[in-house]
Ligand binder design. Structure first.
Ligand SMILES: *[C@@H]1O[C@H](CO)[C@@H](O)[C@H](O)[C@H]1NC(C)=O
Ligand SMILES: *[C@@H]1O[C@H](CO)[C@@H](O)[C@H](O)[C@H]1NC(C)=O
Ligand SMILES: *[C@@H]1O[C@H](CO)[C@@H](O)[C@H](O)[C@H]1NC(C)=O
Length: 377
């Protein structure tokens, strides 16, 4: 249903100009355009008409306003610009039209479980190759979260698209997936620490606790580590059989970690120029296949065994099911602060299809999408 709305949105651009009376000459001069118009009109007629016309802003409900508790610090403001506040919790996420429903739920969950929600500043990365999407996303966020402190940074995704090799799930190859590698360059230099979050997760705990994770002096990022996972499976036999490449992890207690939830020290990242290191691994991957998945393995190559471990409660990942069949997964043992639907299935898609996994019920309360059953009160 949501994919449909996407195509409808793109069609709108074509439909508007021929309909405009001042531009009706297009009919005569451009038969191709006219055919396109007919095609679009037919498509619209055969699809859910009301859904298409309301795409722009009516799609999502407005979230309530969340207030700081009395003990919260006041975040310093330079002429009402919170971008550089030290007291603020800075959160980076990507925004994409096809994942916006997940992002909206994630934002809502962050605010709802925060004791100082007004001290959270969001930094959203969009694809600069799609400026019209950036405009719609900007308006969508503003409409649903009128009080949110946020900035949008269009990410120049062209160069990174050329670096991506196809992996088992094409969704992983979307250039925006690689934006997390460029946060140190995209965000203003005054920001020294950021929590990066994927769009397919919800928090059920205060993000300030995660953001305050003390990083060990020799580490650039903090994330939950999973040393029980079969680390060698993330790289190809040609990687392990290459004498110099296989030494990459020598003298490192390298463990898998999920890059969907990370606390990043941007100052140390910039000082070590880790963006270049990751890009070099991606360039090597273009020449010889050293891994299968998308944006994760370059992070493992650079950081595995060199991160500050965070309690597993902060990334209960894999709830999307396995990559091949999308089977339901259960939580890992232990407490839960963040639920992450990484993997093939997404809770909104399974809920829409009436085939939810049991844990998808925990995502549903954060869904801001207006359904036909939602009435304004
Ligand atoms: C806020 O400050 C940051 C960093 O100095 C700057 O990049 C940004 O443009 C400022 N925003 C506004 C709205 O002035
Ligand atoms: C988002 O919208 C705000 C307010 O309408 C505007 O000032 C800002 O430049 C927009 N950002 C982008 C990246 O389009
Ligand atoms: C780990 O994965 C590799 C490569 O897929 C495989 O050869 C190996 O048997 C696995 N080890 C364990 C303990 O499962």
């Amino acid at each position: 249903m949501f994919l449909l709305s996407l195509s409808c949105f793109n069609l709108h651009k074509y439909i508007h100009s021929p309909i405009n009376p001042q531009k009706s000459h297009i009919y005569h001069h451009s038969p191709m355009r006219f055919k396109l118009f007919i095609l679009c009109a037919l498509l619209i007629l055969f699809s859910t008409h009301t859904f298409c016309t309301t795409l722009d802003l009516e799609l999502f409900k407005e979230a309530p306003k969340f207030y700081n508790s009395p003990t919260c610090a006041t975040i310093g403001s330079h002429l009402n610009n919170h971008t550089c506040s030290i007291e603020a919790v800075h959160v980076a996420m990507t925004l994409d039209v096809s994942y916006i429903r997940g992002s909206m739920a994630a934002i809502l969950s962050v605010l709802q479980h925060s004791s100082c929600p007004e001290n959270i500043v969001f930094h959203f990365i969009t694809a600069s190759s799609k400026p019209s999407s950036t405009t719609v996303l900007n308006r969508t966020i503003t409409n649903s979260f009128p009080y949110l402190k946020f900035q949008i940074y269009p990410f120049h995704d062209g160069p990174v698209a050329g670096l991506i090799s196809t992996s088992i799930r094409s969704a992983l190859d979307c250039p925006l997936n690689y934006a997390r590698t460029y946060l140190a360059e995209l965000l203003p230099f005054c920001i020294t620490r950021v929590v990066y979050l994927d769009s397919d997760l919800i928090l059920v705990d205060d993000i300030a606790k995660l953001a305050a994770t003390p990083l060990r002096p020799d580490t650039v990022l903090a994330a939950p580590e999973y040393c029980g996972a079969n680390f060698s499976a993330y790289f190809t036999p040609s990687f392990w059989s290459n004498p110099s490449l296989s030494l990459t992890f020598a003298n490192r207690n390298a463990c898998y970690f999920n890059t969907g939830v990370m606390v990043i020290d941007l100052r140390r990242w910039r000082a070590g120029d880790y963006t270049t290191m990751i890009r070099e691994w991606m360039e090597l991957q273009k020449r010889m296949r050293i891994y299968e998945l998308g944006s994760l393995p370059p992070f493992l190559l650079v950081f595995a065994g060199r991160i500050t471990p965070v309690d597993h409660r902060w990334n209960q990942h894999g709830l999307g099911g396995d990559n091949f069949r999308g089977l339901c997964r259960d939580l890992h043992p232990g407490p839960v602060s963040l639920l992450h639907w990484s993997g093939k299935g997404k809770p909104w898609a399974r809920l829409d299809a009436n085939r939810p996994c049991p844990l998808d019920a925990l995502w549903a309360p954060y869904d801001l999408l207006k359904t036909s059953f939602t009435f304004e009160v």
